[in-house]
Design a protein around this ligand. Sequence first.
Ligand code: NAG
Length: 392
Amino acid sequence: MALLAKIFALLFLLLAVYCAVDPFKHSSIAEFPNFVAHKVEMYPWSELPTERDSKNLLQKSEIKFLNQVQGPESIAFDPLGRGPYTGLADGRIVFWNSQSWTDFAYTSPNRSELCNPQASALAYLKNEHICGRPLGLRFDKKTGDMYICDAYLGLMKVGPEGGLATSLVTEAEGVPLKFTNDLDIDDEGNIYFTDSSITYQRRNFIQLVFSGDNSGRLLKYNPNTKETTVLVRGLQFPNGVSMSKDKSFFIFCEGSLGRLRRYWLKGEKAGESEVFAILPGFPDNVRTNEKGEFWVAVHCRRSIYSYVCGLYPGLRKFLLKFPITAKIQFLLNIGGRLHGVLVKYSPEGKLLQILEDSEGKVVKAASEVEERDGKLWIGSVLMPFVAVYQLE
Ligand SMILES: *[C@@H]1O[C@H](CO)[C@@H](O)[C@H](O)[C@H]1NC(C)=O
């Protein structure tokens, strides 16, 4: 027995040394010499919502436009109700004219054959800085202008006729935007938007998730003064942004912590923010429906694995040094397989509805959900289609 114990101890030591040194650069963070694992202070399990959609209702979604749209993140309709419009993995923003998809706008002036069709949404990652990668899309209802968060090119705007978008913001406080993600607009035309990290670009979103990076920012752009201000800093993967129906506050998603935060624009608490809801998992985008309720696309449910890894950054870094690809590490993190989760909250932050495809049969992943005329339009950076769910 003693010998066996010694052998195990030795093997463990060798493994620890191997992982610390990673001599063959096989680990998922080998290319990130400055990788830092930050603590992610998640809520205790007892505070997580326990609701589940045991019927897997999302599996009833219709798959639309299969292989016509790759990685459609944001779904937007214009002020005349036409659309949807969506931003794709190849950098185009396209428009559904109710018969076919047509090109509407671009964010990069440098598009080339590098942006031609690829086999999967992930295959575009390496050229995203050349082709552009439009994420959040919103129309200004008064002017018909479309505002765009391009992950690489910053906050942009394009007129109702489309074409090449104009750059509005590429830095704040002298620090370049590195991963511009989502936005919304208030009645005065101010834009509230997120820069998910000043360290990691979108193509390294997996490492951003692994690190618990806390350099994300919530920003405001004033179109009259053309000034950009930082409203909240030190955020861990801030993502979706959506105004409340009465425009007294907006909600933004904190991706790594798995919660929604409310930022007050009006009233006594204007300029302050607070926790709005604790989510069952890690959110991507949030969108407000006509009733003022918030639909949240949850990237995946929180697993014991991601919870423990969040709380113990040293352990996380150790595990990340194993000779395991980033893809597999990522799958471990999200509970083994891609699957879609949508959650709806009342304007007061009460959980109202949850829709899931826990097996990932139809909706493998959800980045954004837009409710319109009794239907949910579901986009995802990983899917080659838009899923449409008919509400009761
Ligand atoms: C487009 O390419 C030019 C020339 O290489 C470069 O200077 C410019 O920064 C690029 N623009 C963008 C938005 O990437």
